[in-house]
Design a protein. Structure first.
Length: 365
């Protein structure tokens, strides 16, 4: 039995227009969350519909399983995806994620969902290869969209009202991918964050849109890895990025499998990659004073000194995803608010997933 208030409409077309008029959509058509659909998704979560997953800012709305299920239905999810949607919402509600500030900032940031572990397949499949952040991958598209609809309808993040991003970016529709663990020469990202390899984990980081990094490697060049790391560092933190301006926050390096192999054959680990990128993302204070406008005044007391764009090497996350080729991606972040827009992780409770009476073998609607 659902507890939410219900809207009434003569048919699904009218219901869709009503949802658009109420500001309950992301501007695109949605699947109408009729009670039967929402009830099936609540059942798929293995939780009670009124169970509170957390509060979502800036409206500080209560993210109950029922409300999250409605968002997942609207987004076009399969019920299989519910454990990942639930984990993403739990992560967004953690205080250290600074969701209220992230929703309200004028910066172009959006929560990126990174999926690790067996749930990449059991609750998906969530794409990690060619075009993982592009069209054609239902799980990626709808899981990220479900989180966004929660941020709109529960968190109150509406453009020009409480979402004050000057431009926004397409990741505000959906922003989700899995790590290509089988193609990575390094342990999975979630293992570096303290989880067991057998765990399924959702990691959330507020990111700008991906910045492409092009590099054509040469296995005979002893400086091959260093050249690639330098280019990655330029994308991560130049004086046009918040990380470099504020000297705070985190960022993500998403290595293509080919670039990951370039670094691995030089015997680099994730930790040594992070260390070198941290060293390469430091700048002379004089450059900041010269080019950073009013922000440069904070460095006037030490014009001959240097500063680092990131507080520690661990503030630079490194993962592997994408197809084989000459490109990697970097995603700088906002770096503001009390916790400096930190990455957060939540373990996926996929053991609660169950078959749904009256649905097909995959739990689809």
């Amino acid at each position: 039995m659902l507890t939410s208030d219900l809207l009434e409409a003569g048919n699904e077309e009218q219901a869709l227009e009503q949802l658009h008029e109420l500001g309950c959509t992301d501007g695109l058509p949605v699947v109408i969350p009729i009670p039967e659909r929402v009830e099936k998704f609540v059942l798929a979560s293995g939780m009670d519909g009124d169970m509170l997953l957390g509060e979502l800012g800036p409206a500080m709305g209560n993210a109950t399983v029922e409300k999250v299920a409605a968002a997942a239905v609207m987004a076009g999810c399969k019920s299989d995806y519910m454990p990942l949607v639930v984990a993403a919402v739990k992560a967004a509600a953690l205080p250290e994620f600074d969701l209220s500030e992230l929703q309200a900032t004028t910066h172009c940031t959006a929560p990126l969902i990174i999926v690790n572990g067996p749930a990449r397949e059991t609750c998906g499949p969530v794409a990690s290869g060619y075009g993982a952040l592009g069209p054609g991958h239902r799980a990626n598209a709808s899981i990220g969209r479900a989180l966004r609809l929660c941020l709109i309808n529960i968190g109150g993040g509406r453009p020009g009202i409480s979402d004050m991003a000057i431009h926004g970016h397409p990741g505000k529709f959906t922003y989700c991918l899995a790590e290509a663990e089988e193609q990575s020469p390094f342990p999975p990202l979630h293992v570096s964050l303290g989880y067991d390899e057998s765990d399924s984990v959702v990691t959330l980081l507020g990111c700008e849109a991906p910045h492409s990094v092009l590099y054509s490697d040469n296995a005979d060049d002893p400086e091959d890895a260093e050249k690639l790391l330098y280019l990655l560092s330029v994308g991560l933190a130049n004086l046009a990025t918040n990380n470099a301006i504020f000297a705070s926050g985190m960022a993500l390096v998403c290595l293509g499998p080919k670039h990951a192999s370039v670094l691995a054959r030089s015997n680099l680990t994730r930790e040594t990659i992070q260390q070198r990128l941290w060293e390469l993302t430091q700048f002379p204070n004089a450059q900041h004073i010269r080019y950073a406008g009013e922000f440069g005044k904070a460095f006037m007391d030490d014009p001959d000194g240097t500063y680092k764009a990131f507080k520690s090497p661990q503030n630079i996350l490194v993962m592997v995803a994408g197809g084989v080729g000459l490109y990697s991606m970097v995603m700088p972040n906002w770096g503001g608010a009390g916790h400096q827009n930190r990455a957060v992780s939540v373990q996926v409770e996929s053991e609660f997933f169950c078959a749904i009476p009256g649905s097909n073998e995959h739990g689809d609607l």
